[in-house]
Ligand binder design. Structure first.
Ligand code: ACM
Length: 265
């Protein structure tokens, strides 16, 4: 089966929802694909310094401005999208990503492993590592940024049947892109890591994001990788059914040969 997947990298402007949504729309409108992954907190920016800033810019997953844009794009372009957003649910704030399908369905994942000061304003995610149907019934598992450093995240998505991991990120540490090669290889799964680029300042705090968004196949081969600064959408064609084959040699099954009785999880 041929399935066109893509990764979008750009530089959001902190607190500028209107600019960020327009920038994503302009990048995505010319692109035809089946599934495209966008960065973490793509519409809000990342460098918050207090909870009121997050409250002001966070959105409902059902009818916020980010959901509205991606519902419009998904039906107009017949594409599934995964995009990170600051989610408001009652009094709780989550660092979430949503899968938006052409039929208007929205599925939400709330980041399980919060990074650094995120712990001061976001509630740890309570959705777990669920797998959802994207366009054409392809099984997509969502994780967000720092979830990568816990191999249990990608392994749980794999055990739950994911063929593709949609990984929205705002990476500042230097290791994730290389580590995701191993996550793909050890789980025999495709991974799409979308990172942002640029330097963001808020008062005394300044962070530089590492770009290098990438698409990795089930053998840990990099199919596409961007540089550290470009703003673009890269597309490649994959066969998601390859992720159903967990054999490494004819006698070694990456999932079936596990010995969980000896693991201390
Ligand atoms: C991160 O989890 N945004 C590094």
């Amino acid at each position: 089966m041929k399935y066109k997947v893509g990764v979008c990298q750009f530089e959001p402007k902190l607190f500028d929802l209107e600019y960020n949504l327009k920038r994503m729309e302009d990048l995505l409108e010319p692109i035809n694909a089946d599934l495209i992954v966008l960065p973490e907190l793509a519409a809000s920016g990342y460098v918050f310094t207090n909870i009121d800033e997050v409250k002001k810019i966070s959105e409902s997953a059902e009818d916020g401005a980010t959901a509205d844009l991606f519902k419009k794009l998904a039906s107009g372009k017949n594409t599934s999208y995964v995009v990170g957003f600051a989610e408001k649910d009652g009094n709780d704030l989550y660092n979430s990503s949503m899968l938006v399908n052409p039929d208007g369905d929205i599925h939400v994942y709330r980041k399980t492993h919060l990074f650094f000061e995120e712990k001061k304003w976001f509630t740890p995610g309570n959705t777990g590592f669920k797998v959802f149907n994207a366009k054409d019934g392809i099984k997509v598992g969502l994780m967000v940024c720092f979830d990568w450093i816990f191999p249990e995240s990608a392994r749980s998505l794999t055990l739950n049947g994911a063929q593709i991991i949609a990984h929205s990120t705002n990476l500042v540490l230097p290791w994730c892109q290389q580590a995701m090669i191993t996550r793909s290889l050890e789980n025999r799964i495709f991974s799409i890591t979308s990172n942002r680029t640029g330097t963001e300042r808020n008062g005394e705090v300044e962070l530089t994001f590492t770009g290098m968004s990438q698409i990795v196949n089930t053998k840990g081969e990099i199919l596409k990788r961007m540089n550290t600064t470009e703003e673009a959408v890269y597309i490649t064609e994959i066969d998601p059914e390859k992720a159903n084959d967990k054999m490494i040699t004819e006698l070694n099954d990456a999932i079936g040969d596990r010995r969980p009785e000896y693991y201390n999880l």
